[in-house]
Unconditional design. Structure first.
Length: 160
């Protein structure tokens, strides 16, 4: 089913809007403006995924920072209508490859999932991620869950 999956780097207003649409639908407590997405595109790798012409998801690869110099973060988001078809695994594999190709290469890959997203948590746990932190943003009620694997660890092989 993923044969027609196309993953593209956010590069213009249309792809910025598509990335924002998926992000805001999947993570409503942290909805972003287009200006905030533009700013993120300058710091992170942002991709959008399409099956044919249909928007199916988006992905973020956050580079290591001064606070976490050996950790890259990969977050894949798939629209509900397109889940369970292998798009998440394909998009996540793409993100893991991008994170592992960063220079310098990270020692650890992290992902972040809303605690209310049971399918997302199961997806990460099934790929060898282990919970490392849980927190709730000011004014929010649903915690974020951080999960980690070694960069060369279990997440290197991605199944459907």
């Amino acid at each position: 089913m993923t044969d027609d999956l196309r993953i593209e780097r956010v590069a213009d207003e249309a792809s910025l809007r598509d990335w924002r649409h998926v992000h805001n639908l999947i993570i409503p407590p942290d909805a972003l403006t287009l200006d905030e997405v533009r700013e993120r595109a300058g710091r992170h790798l942002l991709d959008v995924a399409y099956a044919g012409e249909a928007l199916v998801g988006c992905m973020t690869v956050r580079r290591p920072t001064a606070d976490a110099p050996s950790v890259a973060t990969v977050i894949a988001r798939i629209l509900p209508a397109h889940r369970g078809q292998g798009f998440g695994a394909a998009l996540y594999a793409h993100g893991l490859a991008a994170a592992r190709a960063l220079d310098p290469a990270p020692d650890t890959i992290e992902t972040i999932v809303l605690a209310s997203n049971g399918a997302g948590l199961r997806f990460a746990l099934a790929r060898g991620f282990e919970e490392s932190d849980r927190y709730t943003l000011d004014g929010a009620t649903v915690p974020y869950v951080h999960l980690r694997i070694p960069a060369g660890g279990p997440g290197r092989t991605m199944g459907g």
